[in-house]
Design a protein around this ligand. Structure first.
Ligand code: MN
Length: 202
């Protein structure tokens, strides 16, 4: 920790821990943000302390270590740190519903209509085998849905994430047990933060 300015910090949650109820409980958020996210962050800081990697932004760190067999632990913890901050911002109380008009048109162009988009996103989230993430991304001039395993994210493939859904069991097991689809559909219908997606898309 010789260079305080290089140490990554845990961003505050963008809402209260109980703000996503009843879709996601305060208990889930408390553990997910306060324990899981914090542990990924603390591990990242420990792993890079005193190395030249400590001078990089989190996104540059992720890109710098991606695919390097001797840097897997750093990648996993740094990417999970980034993914979780992105996930908190992908959700909001009283979210879901219709995207802003310009983004809605782009979604309709890419997926046919909003219903097909929701089905495709839910399908990616539900069929991700084991731990991982489902994402709406900008890839060049089009929008796509992708799923990634464990800590992987679309940044390292040159895509621009707009929204994500965490499908690690810790994201939903306290509230939904094995019913991942119920969690995913409730998040899509009630929590997606379309203003955040629009800001990332533009
Ligand atoms: Mn998680």
């Amino acid at each position: 920790m010789s260079n305080q300015s290089s140490v990554h910090t845990l961003p505050p949650l963008p809402y209260a821990e109980n703000a996503l109820e009843p879709v996601i409980s305060a208990t889930t958020i408390s553990f997910h943000y306060g324990k899981h996210h914090r542990a990924y962050l603390d591990n990242t800081n420990k792993l890079i302390a005193g190395t030249e990697l400590a001078d990089l932004s989190l996104e540059d760190l992720i890109r710098a270590v991606a695919g390097k067999p001797d840097k897997v632990a750093i990648f996993n913890n740094a990417a999970q740190t980034w993914n979780h901050t992105f996930y908190w911002n992908s959700l909001r109380p009283n979210g879901g519903g219709e995207p802003p008009a310009t983004l809605k048109q782009a979604i309709q162009a890419a997926f046919g209509d909003m219903e097909k988009f929701k089905q495709e996103l839910a399908n990616a989230a539900v069929t991700q085998f084991g731990s991982g993430w489902a994402w709406l991304v900008r890839d060049g001039d089009t929008l796509k849905i992708v799923k990634t395993g464990n800590a992987d994210n679309p940044l390292v493939s040159g895509m621009k994430p707009l929204l994500t859904i965490d499908v690690w069991e810790h994201a939903y097991y306290l509230d939904y047990q094995n019913r991942r689809a119920d969690y995913v559909n409730a998040v899509i219908d009630k929590l997606l933060n379309w203003e955040f997606a629009l800001a990332n898309w533009g």
